[in-house]
Write a protein that binds this ligand. Structure first.
Ligand code: BTN
Length: 268
């Protein structure tokens, strides 16, 4: 029996179709395989109580255990008024939705965003997001979200103990996962809609900048072609990360970020 109330998801959020299973490899891989289905079923949500091969950005893996939320959405960005030129901003919009939801749930303004969309609480990662485009169906996008809710990081591999956290660990509370999912999906709909209109997208960028963990910090951005180190100047209007390096100003459109002026108390 599913531990998530699928009826609530379709009644209280934008979701049209829910497929929730106890275990799968990766909900993003499943969602990519389902992305051909008729768009009348979109937004489609594919979720699992446990993933055995959760994927992250680049070479990252996503560790998850019972009590967490791992799910992927298949959406058509056009339905929210988001043109293809704004697709790079979708990652940021999802990050803002996740950070806002986490702040509301923890009842403290403490979430920080590590560009493009990792959410941190007290220096540890609580939520990871993986946005992928669905093969040849270029009008479709998969948004995968892993949020550590009630799972205890004591069960995680030792190397993750100091870098990951969960909502329960931070607040000392246990959450109803359907409630958390409903709030996250409602926030996601509102941020995607905001991105689809001009005024809303300016305000969303301002929210992202308020959450930004990296502005004013020294960082290394790695992508498959190179590593670049410099002072993070902030987020450009198109969502790119702006860096002042020894060779001048540069803009990063993708990549994995590492803080190099590491304060061990602030971020692990
Ligand atoms: C990252 O930290 O780099 C992103 C992690 C994204 C994890 C989520 S969990 C649900 C969905 N399915 C996956 O295989 N990955 C995403």
């Amino acid at each position: 029996m599913s531990s998530i109330d699928a009826n609530r998801l379709t009644a209280e959020t934008m979701i049209q179709t829910v497929r929730w299973v106890e275990e799968t490899g990766s909900t993003n891989s499943d969602a990519l395989a389902f992305s051909w289905i008729n768009e009348s079923q979109f937004p489609l949500l594919i979720g699992a109580d446990r993933q055995t091969q959760g994927r992250g950005r680049g070479t990252n893996a996503w560790w998850s255990a019972t009590g967490g939320l791992t799910f992927s959405l298949v959406i058509r960005p056009e339905r929210f008024g988001i043109g293809i030129e704004h697709w790079p901003r979708i990652s940021l919009a999802v990050g803002v939705a996740a950070a806002g939801t986490i702040d509301r749930l923890s009842r403290r303004p403490m979430a920080r965003l590590k560009w493009p969309n990792d959410v941190y609480l007290e220096g540890r990662k609580v939520c990871g997001i993986l946005v992928e485009s669905a093969g040849q169906r270029l009008e479709r996008l998969v948004i995968g979200i892993g949020l550590n809710v009630n799972n205890s990081l004591r069960d995680a591999p030792p190397e993750l103990h100091s870098v990951m956290t969960s909502l329960a660990e931070i607040t000392g509370e246990t959450f109803d996962r359907t409630d958390v999912l409903v709030q996250l999906l409602q926030s996601l709909e509102s941020e995607l809609t905001a991105l689809g209109n001009l005024q809303g997208s300016h305000e969303q960028l301002a929210r992202f900048r308020e959450y930004c963990l990296l502005t004013g910090r020294f960082v290394t951005v790695s992508d498959p072609s190179c590593d670049q180190t410099g002072l993070c100047l902030g987020i450009d209007d198109d969502g790119a990360l702006s860096l002042q390096t020894e060779f001048g100003r540069t803009r990063c459109l993708s990549g994995t970020v590492r803080l190099v002026d590491l304060d061990p108390e602030e971020i692990r």
